[in-house]
Design a protein around this ligand. Structure first.
Ligand code: ADP
Length: 176
Protein backbone atom coordinates (compact mmCIF):
# COMPACT_ATOMS: atom_id res chain seq x y z
CA UNK A 1 0.00 0.00 0.00
CA UNK A 2 1.41 3.42 -0.88
CA UNK A 3 1.56 5.84 1.99
CA UNK A 4 0.03 9.29 1.56
CA UNK A 5 1.25 10.66 4.89
CA UNK A 6 3.80 12.93 3.28
CA UNK A 7 3.28 15.36 0.42
CA UNK A 8 4.90 14.23 -2.80
CA UNK A 9 7.20 16.83 -4.23
CA UNK A 10 10.17 16.76 -6.49
CA UNK A 11 12.72 19.42 -7.21
CA UNK A 12 15.33 18.74 -9.84
CA UNK A 13 18.85 20.11 -9.81
CA UNK A 14 20.34 20.96 -13.20
CA UNK A 15 23.83 21.92 -14.24
CA UNK A 16 24.37 24.07 -17.28
CA UNK A 17 27.17 26.16 -18.72
CA UNK A 18 26.70 29.62 -20.17
CA UNK A 19 25.37 33.11 -19.61
CA UNK A 20 22.84 33.47 -16.81
CA UNK A 21 21.23 36.51 -18.46
CA UNK A 22 19.92 34.27 -21.26
CA UNK A 23 17.91 31.98 -18.99
CA UNK A 24 14.14 31.89 -19.01
CA UNK A 25 13.42 31.04 -15.40
CA UNK A 26 11.33 32.64 -12.67
CA UNK A 27 14.44 34.13 -11.09
CA UNK A 28 18.13 34.46 -11.72
CA UNK A 29 20.44 35.13 -8.79
CA UNK A 30 22.87 38.02 -8.98
CA UNK A 31 26.21 37.83 -7.16
CA UNK A 32 26.05 41.49 -6.20
CA UNK A 33 28.07 43.70 -3.88
CA UNK A 34 26.73 45.38 -0.73
CA UNK A 35 25.83 48.59 -2.57
CA UNK A 36 23.55 46.73 -5.01
CA UNK A 37 24.47 49.43 -7.48
CA UNK A 38 26.13 47.19 -10.03
CA UNK A 39 29.67 46.00 -10.55
CA UNK A 40 31.69 43.74 -12.79
CA UNK A 41 31.37 40.05 -13.57
CA UNK A 42 27.92 38.52 -13.45
CA UNK A 43 26.54 41.65 -11.77
CA UNK A 44 27.59 43.85 -14.68
CA UNK A 45 26.23 41.37 -17.21
CA UNK A 46 22.85 41.23 -15.45
CA UNK A 47 22.51 45.01 -15.23
CA UNK A 48 23.51 45.38 -18.87
CA UNK A 49 20.95 42.83 -20.03
CA UNK A 50 18.16 44.01 -17.71
CA UNK A 51 18.47 47.68 -18.63
CA UNK A 52 18.38 50.84 -16.50
CA UNK A 53 15.12 49.97 -14.73
CA UNK A 54 17.03 47.43 -12.66
CA UNK A 55 19.48 50.00 -11.32
CA UNK A 56 16.63 52.39 -10.52
CA UNK A 57 14.91 49.73 -8.44
CA UNK A 58 18.20 48.69 -6.79
CA UNK A 59 18.74 52.29 -5.68
CA UNK A 60 15.56 52.07 -3.61
CA UNK A 61 16.83 49.01 -1.71
CA UNK A 62 19.57 50.80 0.24
CA UNK A 63 22.12 48.05 -0.22
CA UNK A 64 22.30 44.54 1.16
CA UNK A 65 24.49 43.00 3.88
CA UNK A 66 26.78 40.08 3.04
CA UNK A 67 24.93 36.77 3.22
CA UNK A 68 21.50 38.37 2.76
CA UNK A 69 19.33 38.64 -0.37
CA UNK A 70 16.89 41.13 -1.88
CA UNK A 71 14.41 40.83 -4.74
CA UNK A 72 13.76 43.01 -7.78
CA UNK A 73 11.95 42.61 -11.07
CA UNK A 74 13.83 41.29 -14.08
CA UNK A 75 13.05 44.19 -16.45
CA UNK A 76 14.41 43.33 -19.94
CA UNK A 77 15.61 39.90 -18.85
CA UNK A 78 13.73 36.74 -19.73
CA UNK A 79 13.66 36.01 -16.01
CA UNK A 80 10.75 37.53 -14.13
CA UNK A 81 12.83 38.38 -11.07
CA UNK A 82 16.41 38.93 -9.97
CA UNK A 83 17.39 37.80 -6.49
CA UNK A 84 20.41 39.87 -5.49
CA UNK A 85 22.67 38.30 -2.93
CA UNK A 86 26.01 39.41 -1.59
CA UNK A 87 28.58 36.67 -1.30
CA UNK A 88 31.49 36.90 1.10
CA UNK A 89 34.93 37.98 0.00
CA UNK A 90 37.38 35.13 0.71
CA UNK A 91 39.88 36.29 3.34
CA UNK A 92 41.37 32.86 4.02
CA UNK A 93 38.49 31.11 5.76
CA UNK A 94 38.44 32.60 9.26
CA UNK A 95 35.92 35.31 8.66
CA UNK A 96 32.76 33.19 8.53
CA UNK A 97 33.09 32.94 4.76
CA UNK A 98 31.57 29.44 4.55
CA UNK A 99 28.65 30.30 6.80
CA UNK A 100 27.99 33.51 4.86
CA UNK A 101 28.07 31.72 1.51
CA UNK A 102 25.62 29.09 2.81
CA UNK A 103 23.40 31.90 4.03
CA UNK A 104 23.35 33.46 0.53
CA UNK A 105 21.93 30.27 -0.95
CA UNK A 106 19.42 29.74 1.86
CA UNK A 107 18.16 33.33 1.74
CA UNK A 108 17.70 33.19 -2.05
CA UNK A 109 15.79 29.93 -1.73
CA UNK A 110 13.59 31.36 1.02
CA UNK A 111 12.70 34.29 -1.24
CA UNK A 112 11.92 31.83 -4.04
CA UNK A 113 9.47 30.04 -1.76
CA UNK A 114 7.95 33.24 -0.47
CA UNK A 115 7.17 34.34 -4.04
CA UNK A 116 6.09 30.85 -5.08
CA UNK A 117 8.78 30.55 -7.72
CA UNK A 118 9.13 27.30 -9.61
CA UNK A 119 12.59 27.84 -11.09
CA UNK A 120 15.72 29.66 -10.01
CA UNK A 121 19.25 29.80 -11.43
CA UNK A 122 22.39 30.38 -9.37
CA UNK A 123 25.75 31.58 -10.68
CA UNK A 124 28.86 30.49 -8.77
CA UNK A 125 28.56 33.14 -6.07
CA UNK A 126 31.85 34.56 -4.71
CA UNK A 127 34.07 32.47 -7.00
CA UNK A 128 35.05 35.34 -9.30
CA UNK A 129 36.50 38.59 -7.99
CA UNK A 130 35.64 37.56 -4.40
CA UNK A 131 38.10 34.64 -4.75
CA UNK A 132 36.25 31.98 -2.74
CA UNK A 133 37.91 28.59 -3.49
CA UNK A 134 35.80 27.05 -6.25
CA UNK A 135 35.67 23.49 -4.95
CA UNK A 136 34.63 24.56 -1.48
CA UNK A 137 32.07 27.01 -2.89
CA UNK A 138 30.56 24.30 -5.09
CA UNK A 139 30.23 21.90 -2.15
CA UNK A 140 28.47 24.55 -0.11
CA UNK A 141 26.17 25.52 -2.99
CA UNK A 142 25.18 21.94 -3.78
CA UNK A 143 24.81 20.76 -0.18
CA UNK A 144 22.75 23.79 0.77
CA UNK A 145 20.38 23.40 -2.17
CA UNK A 146 20.08 19.64 -1.63
CA UNK A 147 19.18 19.99 2.01
CA UNK A 148 16.76 22.86 1.27
CA UNK A 149 14.78 20.84 -1.25
CA UNK A 150 14.30 18.03 1.23
CA UNK A 151 11.51 20.09 2.77
CA UNK A 152 8.44 21.19 0.80
CA UNK A 153 9.12 24.01 -1.63
CA UNK A 154 7.38 25.62 -4.59
CA UNK A 155 10.58 25.14 -6.59
CA UNK A 156 10.50 22.50 -9.29
CA UNK A 157 13.91 23.29 -10.71
CA UNK A 158 17.16 24.70 -9.35
CA UNK A 159 19.80 25.44 -11.96
CA UNK A 160 23.50 25.88 -11.31
CA UNK A 161 24.82 27.89 -14.22
CA UNK A 162 28.57 27.87 -14.52
CA UNK A 163 30.55 30.21 -16.70
CA UNK A 164 33.98 28.63 -16.74
CA UNK A 165 35.26 25.18 -17.54
CA UNK A 166 36.86 24.69 -14.12
CA UNK A 167 33.58 25.21 -12.27
CA UNK A 168 31.78 23.01 -14.78
CA UNK A 169 34.13 20.11 -14.04
CA UNK A 170 33.89 20.65 -10.29
CA UNK A 171 30.07 20.72 -10.33
CA UNK A 172 29.85 17.74 -12.66
CA UNK A 173 32.05 15.68 -10.36
CA UNK A 174 30.14 16.57 -7.22
CA UNK A 175 26.70 16.17 -8.77
CA UNK A 176 27.73 12.89 -10.35
P1 ADP B 1 31.85 37.55 -7.06
O1 ADP B 1 32.21 38.98 -6.82
O2 ADP B 1 30.70 37.06 -6.19
O3 ADP B 1 33.04 36.64 -7.04
P2 ADP B 1 31.82 37.51 -10.01
O4 ADP B 1 30.80 38.12 -10.88
O5 ADP B 1 33.18 38.07 -10.06
O6 ADP B 1 31.20 37.58 -8.52
O7 ADP B 1 31.90 35.95 -10.27
C1 ADP B 1 30.94 35.03 -9.84
C2 ADP B 1 30.83 33.91 -10.85
O8 ADP B 1 30.00 34.34 -11.93
C3 ADP B 1 32.16 33.52 -11.49
O9 ADP B 1 32.25 32.09 -11.46
C4 ADP B 1 32.05 34.03 -12.92
O10 ADP B 1 32.75 33.18 -13.83
C5 ADP B 1 30.57 33.93 -13.14
N1 ADP B 1 29.99 34.75 -14.23
C6 ADP B 1 30.47 35.91 -14.77
N2 ADP B 1 29.64 36.34 -15.73
C7 ADP B 1 28.63 35.45 -15.81
C8 ADP B 1 27.45 35.33 -16.62
N3 ADP B 1 27.13 36.23 -17.56
N4 ADP B 1 26.63 34.26 -16.43
C9 ADP B 1 26.92 33.34 -15.48
N5 ADP B 1 27.99 33.40 -14.68
C10 ADP B 1 28.83 34.44 -14.84
Amino acid sequence: MPSYDKPIYMTSIELTKGDITKLKVDAIVNAANTSLLGGGGVDGAIHKAAGPGLLDECKTLKGCPTGQAKLTSGYNLLAKWVVHTVGPVWYGGNKDEEKLLRSCYVNCLLIANEFKMESIAFPNISTGVYAFPKEKAAEIAINTVKSFIETPTTLKKVIFIVFDEENFTIYKNILG
